[in-house]
Each structure stands twice: as structure tokens, then as C-alpha cells.
Design a protein around this ligand. Structure first.
Ligand code: ADP
Length: 494
């Protein structure tokens, strides 16, 4: 199959979170299954795409869209990229996502409208790169209009081949909402201008457009697929998702074991595996050294991530005094809400021998925390899939997680399942549950043998992408085998 994977971010070029890692790994895994995959993403200003530039293709200005260029690049590893270059749209690298939401101006919708427009074009006979995708796989709200544009193309093309579309939700909390006036800038035609298309409570939502009009919707874990159909985690789109539940699939992310593997990781002090787990101690010593923490017999706890309420950072901050009183140390790497950054910085200043905080984004420190910490904290309020809890298990760093989304699907609780458990699962994201999980952790830590078994069980789990990639391939195959996979209940009246 010919698959166009369209994404706003992809490691190592641009990464703000889990999607960056998925966008690097899933196309590679699909290619390994024998499919042709091209990744389409913006060429943000100042970004160095690397690899061999094969050609530059002009995408000419139309009444709606600015002039743009497509840079076709093949990486030495065989990865095939098309970078969308448009200084008007993507000149600013500071935030790949730019402004959206209530205060954003209508024209702020144009950059990702353009990305979706180009993605959809590559799914038609008019593909500017002379290669027509069978499947356009759109990721998160910045690509949400691509399924809608493809739908319009299919309506207009009377039988000529147009790609099938898949819309993947990596986080339903981010929806790409803009003033409804953007509708004309974005060339959204009838019958997709209303509630069956982009309209969302008087505004325009790019994610909603994709959810309404994609041939299939996926999200990144089976539990999250169920949770987002309920009001509590549906972020106002649970009704849309319930209406499309027949087309909604929860496919668990994998991890890229070329990048996140303690046996081969070039960013850590000493490589190790389940058979020479004692070498993990060198990584712990190196992490303490790098972060200026003294040696200790108590566990070193790690946390990496966006410092937001979603991630339960407040629970860690409020629970820290209890933990520190018991001698534990804490290393935090992240950036996010100012109130959490400030509280963490204060905690580190008050406890320099027990707490280290790096505010920022640092790929090598992230690897060193996974390798050097004894346990990893991830008490999220919701978590579509989450990657760090899987990295942690692979690195022998048992995680503390909440029973939500992908965390529930990938970590089993060692107290409930002493022979199978790979971490500590909190039933809810609240303070008593967090404190209780930490008590259980410190207790098990004191039993060296039991702790080591816990580590080994996590390291033996297979979180590779192969299985997930096969599930995506099966879904694409199913879509291509169906003449018009659109379900009747999402077909707007013309
Ligand atoms: P989300 O996508 O919700 O942010 P995930 O757990 O799915 O969370 O993925 C986060 C990814 O981003 C992981 O690879 C994690 O290591 C990485 N990451 C998050 N914050 C930082 C940071 N401050 N420095 C380095 N890597 C980070």
C-alpha cells in the first residue's frame, strides 16, 4: 500500500511530545512490513531536514492558498519525507502549533489548513509529487481537515480514485479551534460547513472535521478509545465519537526499540539489559552526578514530561514532602505551566540534596533519567497512550501510573498481581491514591529481591511497534476493500 503519513511533528526534527516519537517509528515499522510510506510535515523555519534532497516541487498559489514548495528528502536510513515549505505559514519555529483557541485570529488556521490541503492533494490524481497515496493517515488536529478535503474530492470526482483517510487522535484535549470566519480562508465547501463538518459551538474545529469525515478514526490505546466516548474525557466530542463508534479503533502505540533500548542506548553512561541489570547502578550514579544529588540508599525517582495538570504534576508536588521525609530523591525534567515550574523550582531550592529540576526539553537527560532512576512517576489524570511508562519498563525503572488510558493498558499492578505486575497502579489520580502508591513503592524497594523481579518482568515485555503496525496495515486494507466506507450516519444531507 502507498501510505501518506501526515503530521505536525516528527522526531528528531521537531518533537514536543509523544506524537513526535510515533511519527518517527510507525512509518518505519510500516515500511518494514513492505508498504511504501511517505511522511509529510511542515518545514518549520530554521529546521534542518538532513538526508538527501531529491527534488523541490512547487505548489502554486491558488485563490485560497499561499505559494509553497515541497522538499522531497530521503534519509540515509531509507525514511522518505516530503517537507512542506512555506515561510508565510511555517516561518516561526518557536511553537510548531502556533496560536489556536478562543483568542486566535482566523488567519492562524491557514498553516495547518495548508498542510491538510497538500495532504489531501497527494491522495488524488492531481498529486503534486506524482505519487498518489492509497491511504492518507492524518494525526491530531493540525491534520484534521485532510479527511474533510478528501471527502469533498470524493464527492466531486465521481468515481476517480481518491485516497481513504484515517484520523488518529493522540490527545483529544487539543482540538484546533478557530473563529468560524476561518471557514472561507480554509476553502471548506458545503455540505461540510455545518455541524457535520467543521462547526463546533459556533466556532471551527479542525479535529472535529477529521472525526466527522475520516473513513476510520483511531486512538492510541484501547482504554482511551472507550474513555473518550464518555463525557468525563470526551472534551465535548464524546457525542461525535459515540456516533462513530463503529469506525473508532484503539490501537496501542509501540516504542521504537532502536531509540529506546538500554542495551544499545548511546546517550546513557553504561548500557545494560535484564542479564546484567547491576550495570544500571552506574547509570544511577551518573544521573546523580549530572544532577548534583549525593549518593543515597533510598530510591531515586524520575519524572519527565509536560508540566501540566493532565500529567498529575500537582500530586507529585503535594506528595513530595512525605516522600522526601522518607529519604527518597526526585529528578524532574519538563516544562509547562508556570505555577508548576515555580513550585518545582522552589522544591529543588529547599531540598538541594534530594530534588533536582531541569526546566526545559533535553533528549539526552530524558534517556539518562530512564536509565538512572529507580522508579518513574506518571500519575496522569488522563493519558491517551503515554510512552514514558513503556520506556521505563524497558529500562528496568518500574513506573507509578494511574489506571487510565494507555497507562491502564500497559502497566499491571504488582500489589494486585505479585507474580505478573510491572509497576504501581493508582486507581484514581488523587492525593490519597498517589501517597498510597508511593508507600507501596518504598515498601517493595526495601525488599531487594522482589524489586529486581519487578524490574525484570517489565524489561521482558515486548512493546515493539511490529504488532501495532500490523494492526494499522490491517485497518488500511479493510478500508481499501470497502467501496465507500462512509457510514450512513455521518453523511450530511446535501
Ligand atoms: P505527551 O505526548 O502527552 O507529552 P508521552 O508520554 O506520550 O506524553 O510522550 C512524551 C514524549 O516526550 C516522551 O518521549 C518523553 O520522553 C518526551 N518528553 C516530554 N517532555 C520532555 C522534556 N522536557 N525533555 C525531553 N523529553 C521530553
Amino acid at each position: 500500500m502507498k501510505i501518506l503519513f501526515v503530521t505536525p511533528e516528527c522526531a528528531p526534527f521537531v518533537k514536543t511530545g509523544g506524537l513526535g516519537d510515533v511519527a518517527a517509528a510507525l512509518p518505519k515499522a510500516l515500511r518494514a512490513l513492505g508498504h511504501e510510506v511517505i511522511t509529510l510535515m511542515p518545514a518549520y523555519g530554521g529546521m534542518a531536514p538532513g538526508g538527501e534532497l531529491k527534488r523541490v516541487i512547487a505548489v502554486h498559489r491558488t485563490a485560497r492558498w499561499p505559494d509553497a514548495q515541497l522538499l522531497e528528502v530521503v534519509q540515509p536510513s531509507g525514511e522518505h519525507f516530503v517537507f512542506l515549505s512555506c515561510p508565510y505559514a511555517f516561518g516561526d519555529v518557536k511553537s510548531p502549533y502556533g496560536p489556536s483557541g478562543a483568542g486566535a485570529p482566523a488567519h492562524a488556521a491557514v498553516p495547518f489548513g495548508l498542510l491538510s490541503h497538500v495532504a489531501a492533494l497527494i491522495g488524488t490524481q492531481r498529486s503534486p509529487i506524482g505519487w498518489r497515496a492509497d491511504i492518507v493517515h492524518a494525526n491530531d488536529w493540525p491534520c484534521g481537515l485532510a479527511p474533510l478535503y478528501l471527502r469533498s474530492e470524493r464527492d466531486a470526482s465521481a468515481g476517480t480514485a481518491v485516497a481513504r483517510s484515517v484520523m488518529t487522535i493522540h490527545n483529544l484535549a487539543f482540538q484546533g479551534v478557530f473563529p468560524i470566519e476561518a471557514i472561507d480562508l480554509l476553502d471548506v465547501v458545503e455540505p461540510y460547513r455545518g455541524v457535520e463538518g467543521v462547526e463546533f459551538w459556533g466556532q471551527l474545529s479542525m479535529l472535529k472535521a477529521g472525526l466527522q469525515q475520516a473513513d476510520a478514526i483511531t486512538t492510541v490505546s484501547p482504554t482511551y478509545a472507550k474513555e473518550i466516548q464518555q463525557p468525563a474525557l470526551g472534551f465535548g466530542l464524546d457525542g461525535v465519537l459515540r456516533a462513530r463508534s463503529q469506525q473508532l479503533h484503539g490501537l496501542l502505540n509501540g516504542i521504537d526499540t532502536d531509540v529506546w533500548n538500554p542495551r544499545t542506548d548511546g546517550l546513557i553512561a553504561e548500557r545494560y539489559g535484564a542479564d546484567n541489570l547491576s550495570l544500571k547502578a552506574s547509570n544511577r550514579a551518573a544521573l546523580r552526578k549530572r544532577t548534583g544529588l549525593p549518593d543515597s540508599r533510598q530510591p531515586l525517582l524520575g519524572l519527565i514530561g509536560r508540566l501540566t495538570e493532565q500529567k498529575g504534576i500537582d500530586l507529585v508536588i503535594a506528595g513530595a514532602p512525605r516522600l522526601l521525609a522518607k529519604g527518597a530523591q526526585l529528578v524532574v525534567l519538563g516544562k509547562g505551566d508556570a505555577r508548576f515550574e515555580e513550585a518545582l523550582a522552589q522544591l529543588a531550592a529547599a531540598h538541594p540534596r534530594q530534588v533536582h529540576v531541569t526546566l526545559g526539553f533535553d533528549e539526552s537527560l530524558a534517556h539518562q533519567i530512564e536509565a538512572g532512576a529507580d522508579s518513574f512517576l506518571m500519575p496522569s489524570r488522563f493519558e491517551p497512550c503515554g510512552l514514558n511508562q513503556m520506556y521505563s519498563q524497558a529500562y528496568g525503572t518500574p513506573p507509578v501510573v494511574t489506571a487510565t488510558g494507555g497507562l491502564a493498558d500497559t502497566v499491571s499492578d504488582v500489589t494486585r498481581f505479585p507474580q505478573q505486575g510491572t509497576g504501581f497502579v493508582m486507581p484514581r489520580a488523587d492525593q490519597p491514591a498517589f501517597d498510597q502508591a508511593m508507600d507501596r513503592l518504598l515498601k517493595l524497594w526495601a525488599d531487594g529481591k522482589a524489586w529486581e523481579s519487578l524490574q525484570r518482568r517489565g524489561m521482558q515485555r515486548d512493546f515493539g511497534w511490529k504488532n501495532a503496525a500490523q494492526q494499522y496495515a490491517d485497518l488500511y486494507t479493510e478500508l481499501l476493500a470497502t467501496s465507500d466506507p462512509r457510514s450512513e450516519n455521518t453523511r450530511p444531507a446535501a
